[in-house]
Design a binder for this molecule. Structure first.
Ligand code: MG
Length: 352
């Protein structure tokens, strides 16, 4: 059978063991015919420049700059308090015992650029030498940062591994002290309403320009000693860098969000969220309860539960319905919250 006959005969696909699903997943958007002149042009993006050993490059025009060598304004500790990591000479450095740093902003599917350098002269052996890590899903999915230049450890824990799951395809680690680059494409896992995995996380990564992870399927949170199962979490989460006790340095960190642009969202500190938690009264005998669950406020309104996402330190939105909450600016427990649902707005005063 010639190739064009094969393509036109679905029976032949089935005989070849291909399903219609496999084929339709690979199909271009059916809303456009081939070479359709009405199809929108891709957005123009000003390209950046590559880094040299001494000089970090310029991020592409549409990137969110997470660290440009000046300050840690985009970063906090995991619980949202200020970090103890230090900034010096254009880089940030992990301070032993200070904990992970995470971004204030949340990211789902994205392209992340990170440059890192392990301490020179090197100290320690194996996992103890220049260990840090880049995490997606807040602190769930780690791409290992390690001094793997002249340092042997288990393969699935070396530089560029998806920790405990996938060794890098090759070891392209530079000597300690030299700047190295990770370019990572992350696809967030998706969960259904019952918390079951609809699609797992996927990672593609380049280390110093060389492919080291080719669209691998992450099996669950990366962890030591076990293959942990997935637990449902929001699609967008902060990105973190690990404190593993070694003074690893980072510079030139930027991210490009992939897919449809949504509202910007942030993970506020537990202390700020706890401050908003309470019982508010919409009208006599109509109470609204606001509680914190993990890193989110959860509101029960007329018996319906809404997970709220922060778009600013005082403003929250739900993703399932057009519900918004605006707390007043200022210190101390808020005395009210303005709730808007669809077109209507209402003032609810705090009673507890
Ligand atoms: Mg690590």
């Amino acid at each position: 059978m010639k190739i064009h006959e094969f393509v036109r005969q679905p029976q032949a696909w089935l005989m070849a063991g291909l399903s219609f699903t496999t084929i339709s997943q690979a199909a271009p958007d059916p809303n456009w015919i081939e070479h359709d002149r009405a199809r929108p042009q891709p957005p123009k993006v000003e390209p950046g420049t590559f880094s040299s050993a001494d000089q970090p490059g310029r991020p592409p025009g549409d990137a969110v700059v997470l660290f440009d060598g000046k300050d840690l304004s985009q970063w906090v500790s995991l619980d949202g308090t200020p970090t103890q990591w230090i900034v010096r000479d254009g880089y940030m450095e992990c301070v032993k015992g200070s904990g992970y740093v995470r971004t204030l902003q949340n990211f789902g599917d994205c392209q992340l650029h990170v440059e890192w350098a392990t301490p020179t002269p090197p100290h320690g052996e194996g996992q103890g030498r220049g260990n840090s890590g880049v995490f997606f899903g807040l602190d769930r999915y780690e791409i290992q940062v390690l001094d793997s230049y002249d340092n042997t450890t288990y393969a699935d824990g070396s530089a560029g591994s998806i920790y405990g799951q996938y060794p890098p395809l090759v070891n392209v680690t530079r000597p300690p002290g030299q700047w190295q680059v990770y370019d990572i494409v992350y696809t967030a896992p998706r969960f259904d309403a019952d918390g079951k995995v609809k699609s797992p996380a996927r990672i593609t990564a380049f280390h110093n320009g060389v492919l080291i992870q080719n669209n691998v399927e992450v099996t669950g949170p990366t962890s030591w000693l076990e293959r942990a199962p997935y637990k449902a979490h929001p699609e967008k989460t902060p990105i973190s860098l690990q404190d593993h006790g070694n003074p690893v340095r980072y510079r030139n960190i930027w991210v490009r969000e992939l897919g449809k642009p949504g509202k910007k969202e942030f993970t506020l500190s537990n202390a700020v969220l706890d401050n908003y938690a309470g019982t508010y009264e919409r009208e006599p005998n109509s109470l609204v309860k606001i509680v914190r669950e993990d890193h989110h406020l959860v509101v029960t309104l007329e018996g319906v539960r809404f997970v709220m996402f922060a778009e600013s330190p005082t403003r929250f939105f739900a993703k399932t319905t057009d519900v918004q909450y605006q707390f007043p600016e200022g210190e101390g427990k808020p005395d009210h919250v303005v709730i808007s649902v669809g077109e209507g707005g209402m003032n609810a005063k705090r009673v507890r």
